[in-house]
Design a protein around this ligand. Structure first.
Ligand SMILES: *Cc1c(COP(=O)(O)O)cnc(C)c1O
Length: 434
């Protein structure tokens, strides 16, 4: 067998035969990416409307990030934290100034950063708030997605993600998302609560945007009950929703947050995904000194966390966000996109709703979430040159790279519209023909 895969079926059967079946990919085999485009092994070009779950906000293979990666890869890649290196400090200064926090704790994958935030919160709870030993609680939201470790799936309510992975880590309380009264009750009934962990918009659950004032009310409740507010912005952060962070609300500043009135400052901010522009697993936990100082040498760490290669890549990735004004672009294109999708909602009984913020959007397909209609629409979109993936059965998430132009976006809206309208006709013909 040749070492180069040139046919889709070959790649798919290799993965099927030799890889664990922990994903169900859409059948398309990608070989190349550039900006908003992907190419399959047969050379067909697609618009990417997933951006690797918002890790590729800066577009595929962004040349500035490639350059940073190449230069650092030839110089120094990993020292471990047993020694200092000449990049990490610069990165930590850059990142903390960029997001306006005192300190950062660098990790790799998103879920590691979530775990880190949970550990910091528990330790803070015992050492600063005075919670009795081993009594700390952390409140989370229903339908959350924070990753895949044993602890993190312990507080998921997605049965598929949880079942038969027990026994589960105790100490978590789940409240409905976007329900401020439920949070208040939970806080009042559980004085040993250390933190509330929340996604400012629930991405995996199907792009659920809470009420406009939800997060500000959450923040004041947390303050009142002396509970840390942890914002998981792994998917929503880094310009995706039309501002640097989703917690920035409608603040349109690029890069450094100017703390306008809409900004809800979390006590702990979790970043990942687009922090590296899709090059390497780079995640980060940001907090101010009174919180971060609970972690002392030997108490937490990671061999690769803060490696100079990832640090250089992340700095380049964040420069691109600011210099190319990607938050502004996401905001502008997001409005256009939802307006166009709304037209489809009005024209097509297949599409029930469009929702989202910036370029993190979803349409809800009018079908039971167990049906394969959304999947089949994604196959039709693929055939028409656009890649998207259903989440939770009947919801299709649309999250293109933020470097998209208005012209490209309009072309994509045309593809989506004609695909859905044609799909409907086909479905009808199938039913009539039966
Ligand atoms: C993707 C994601 C994670 C997990 O990140 P990994 O890098 O896959 O571990 C956690 N939280 C949110 C909100 C995410 O979207």
């Amino acid at each position: 067998m040749s070492d180069v895969i040139t046919a889709s079926e070959q790649a798919i059967s290799l993965e099927n035969d030799h890889g664990a079946h922990n994903y169900q990919p859409l059948p398309v085999v990608l070989a190349k990416g550039e900006g908003v485009f992907l190419w399959d092994v047969e050379g067909k070009r697609y618009y990417d409307f997933l951006s690797a779950y918002s890790a590729v906000n800066q577009g595929h293979c962004h040349p500035r990030i490639v350059k940073a990666l190449q230069e650092q890869a030839e110089t120094l890649t990993l020292t471990s934290r047993a020694f200092y290196n000449n990049v990490l400090g610069l990165y930590e200064k850059y990142l903390t100034e960029y997001f306006a926090f005192d300190k950062v704790l660098p990790m790799n994958t998103g879920v590691e950063a979530v775990e880190t935030a949970l550990k910091i919160s528990r330790k803070w709870g015992y050492e600063r708030k005075g919670i009795p030993e081993n009594q700390a609680k952390i409140i989370v939201a229903e339908n959350n997605f924070h990753g895949r470790t044993t602890t993190v799936v312990s507080f998921s309510n997605d049965e598929n993600a949880r079942r038969n992975f027990g026994p589960y880590t105790p100490g978590f309380i789940r409240v409905p998302y976007n329900d401020i009264d439920a949070l208040e009750t939970a806080l009042t009934n559980n004085p040993e609560t250390a933190a509330f962990l929340v996604e400012p918009i629930q991405g995996e659950a199907g792009v659920f945007t809470p009420a406009e004032d939800y997060l500000s009310k959450v923040a004041s409740l947390c303050k009142k009950h002396q509970v840390l507010l942890i914002a998981d912005e792994i998917q929503t952060g880094i310009a995706r929703t039309g501002s640097l962070l989703a917690v920035c609300g409608n603040c349109t500043c690029e890069g450094h947050c100017e703390r306008q009135s809409t900004y809800i400052r979390p006590d702990i901010l979790i970043l990942g995904k687009a922090l590296s522009g899709g090059f390497l697993p780079v995640s980060a936990v940001l907090a101010d000194d009174p919180i971060m100082s609970v972690i002392q040498p030997g108490q937490h760490g990671s061999t690769f966390g803060g490696n100079p290669l990832g640090a250089k890549v992340a700095m380049a990735a964040l420069e691109v966000i600011k210099d190319e004004r990607l938050a502004q672009n996401a905001r502008l294109l997001g409005h256009i996109f939802r307006t166009r999708m709304q037209r489809i909602v009005e024209k097509s009984p297949l599409v029930q709703e469009v929702r989202g913020k910036g370029l993190l959007n979803a349409i809800v397909i009018h079908s039971p979430s167990s049906s394969s209609v959304a999947w089949n629409i994604c196959l039709a979109l693929r055939d028409n040159g656009l890649l998207a993936k259903p989440t939770h059965g009947n919801i299709i998430r649309f999250a293109p790279p933020l470097v998209m132009t208005e012209e490209q976006l309009l072309e994509c809206c045309d593809i989506i519209e004609s695909t859905i309208l044609n799909f409907q006709v086909q479905q009808k013909n199938e039913i009539d023909g039966q």
